[in-house]
Write a protein that binds this ligand. Structure first.
Ligand SMILES: *Cc1c(COP(=O)(O)O)cnc(C)c1O
Length: 401
């Protein structure tokens, strides 16, 4: 069967508009398409492929587990899930783990747990959830409503209620909304989809203090920032603030679908037997791969390497900008970086994305004004340089068009 981009339009639900490129093979930070064209990967499958494509440890973990045991469901437990949970709790504030299959599901679990915790402890009135404009928490109906983007949440009928939105990095806007009826504040320590906007330490510490004052839980959505992306294993570790619940997915599986919600024993106990669940959550294949991911990422070598690579990116992007004057700033943290288009190029991120692809570079955007980079955490220096060279060609192409 001939597989073409046209086949997508014929057989797929039209909720995506994928590129015309159809990749068939990846190795490290390089990807090849059907025609054998080669790309450098600065996109990482949207901050997922934290160890590039087909990392030998991950391939090995998948093959080994694939020949042992694929699935049991949660009527039985399994060794990879418990090993992974132990490693996650050893590496973080958390004492308990719940496994899901995606970021959205991990957040769904976090929100349901927060509601149970608040209702059990304080009564039916304590259900308000505060999140932030331009935040993104997934596409289930609860998480999409908590996310601060009407374009994603409207048009599906009545929404889950008692959810309000404050402005990110604006503590006064949280103070105005929070009360003893607030059950949780959900926040990304660095807004990803919203435009690569890091929370300031002051803001996040202030949110923590407000949560404490009103007996509300602080939920960190680290689906995009987690697993080494910012140079810490989890971004909270660099912010001087500990959340009550943390969600992680994307890079956790390095390309194999898995999500997890982490929390304390005291909070976790409110998800009593039967209150929540998932058929695939804690799947042995997913957990075996995620364990291999953590073993590589949670080392001083990898985490320090992220900060070194960030510098290479920043220096390279500044060089490009000094020639072409297209960005107002480069923001973000570690290997989650956003080149923000200046007034002159505002709204044209997609042109830069397309020109990059034409020049053999896979990149991302975060809204209309930001070009986003989320490469492998172990991308080589040569590949960073080569990728930036290709990006410079793309920038020149847009500027000179
Ligand atoms: C991607 C993302 C999600 C959703 O994850 P899925 O695996 O697509 O459900 C949630 N929160 C943040 C911050 C994300 O970046």
């Amino acid at each position: 069967m001939q597989i073409t981009r046209e086949l997508f339009d014929e057989v797929m639900v039209p909720n995506y508009a994928p590129s015309k490129i159809i990749p068939v093979k990846g190795k490290g930070s390089r990807v090849w398409d059907q025609q054998g064209n080669e790309f450098i990967d600065f996109a990482g499958g949207i901050a997922v492929n934290c160890l590039g494509h087909c990392h030998p440890s991950l391939v090995n973990a998948l093959k080994e587990q694939g020949e042992k045991l694929w699935h049991l469901s949660n009527v039985m437990t399994n060794e990879p899930a418990l090993r992974l949970a132990k490693k996650l709790t050893d590496a973080t504030f958390a004492e308990k783990v719940y496994f899901a299959n995606s970021g959205g599901e991990a957040n769904e679990a976090a929100l349901k747990l927060a509601r149970r915790w608040a209702i059990d402890n304080y009564g039916e009135h304590k259900t308000q959830i505060i999140s932030f404009n331009k935040s993104f928490h997934g596409r289930t109906f609860f998480t999409v409503t908590v996310g601060g983007q009407a374009a994603y949440s409207d048009g599906f009928g009545p929404k889950p209620g008692d959810i309000v939105h404050a402005d990110f990095n604006d503590l006064a806007s949280v103070e105005k909304l929070i009360s003893d009826n607030t059950c949780a504040v959900m926040v990304e320590p660095l807004q990803g989809e919203g435009g690569i906007i890091p929370a300031t330490a002051d803001f996040i510490q202030g949110v923590r203090a407000l949560c404490d004052k009103h007996n509300a839980l602080l939920i960190f959505d680290e689906v995009q920032t987690g697993v080494g992306r910012t140079g810490d294993l989890y971004a909270y570790q660099g912010l001087g603030v500990t959340p009550d619940i943390l969600t992680t997915a994307k890079a956790l599986g390095g390309g194999f679908p898995i999500g997890a919600m982490l929390t304390t024993t005291e909070i976790a106990k409110h998800l009593k037997i039967g209150t929540h669940g998932s058929t695939y959550g804690g799947n042995p294949l997913a957990c075996a791969v995620a364990e291999a991911v953590l073993d590589v990422v949670n080392t001083a070598d990898t985490l320090k390497g992220v900060k070194a690579r960030e510098q290479l990116f920043r220096t390279g992007l500044e060089g490009i900008n000094s020639k072409y004057k297209v960005f107002s700033e480069v923001r973000g943290q570690g290997l989650l970086l956003g080149a923000v288009l200046n007034e002159q190029y505002k709204g044209r991120s997609r042109e830069f994305l397309n020109a990059s692809a034409d020049n053999g570079l896979m990149s991302l955007i975060a809204g209309l004004d930001v070009i986003r980079f989320a490469p492998s955490l172990i991308i080589s220096e040569d590949e960073i340089k080569e990728g930036l060279k290709r990006f410079e060609k793309a920038v020149a192409q847009v500027v000179n068009a």
